[in-house]
Design a protein around this ligand. Structure first.
Ligand SMILES: [Zn+2]
Length: 64
């Protein structure tokens, strides 16, 4: 559960919310929001997913 008193993500709205890498759903305080990060050539790479299903649909081979 997200603490309703938390200030985290307070300023997230449609315009700056991340989108799911698979279905492009805007992720606005989505409880199923998955984030995958990794380092590629010294750069932080990030992908957002709206659900475990989208996470599984994403091919790890894209992580190059
Ligand atoms: Zn999705």
């Amino acid at each position: 559960m997200v603490d309703p008193t938390s200030d985290l993500d307070e300023d997230v709205d449609e315009s700056n919310a991340p989108a799911c890498a698979i279905c492009e759903t805007k992720l606005i305080r989505d409880p199923d929001h998955h984030v995958v990060t990794w380092i590629d050539a010294g750069q932080m790479q990030v992908r957002h997913f709206c659900s475990p299903a989208c996470r599984e649909a994403w091919d790890d081979s894209e992580r190059v």
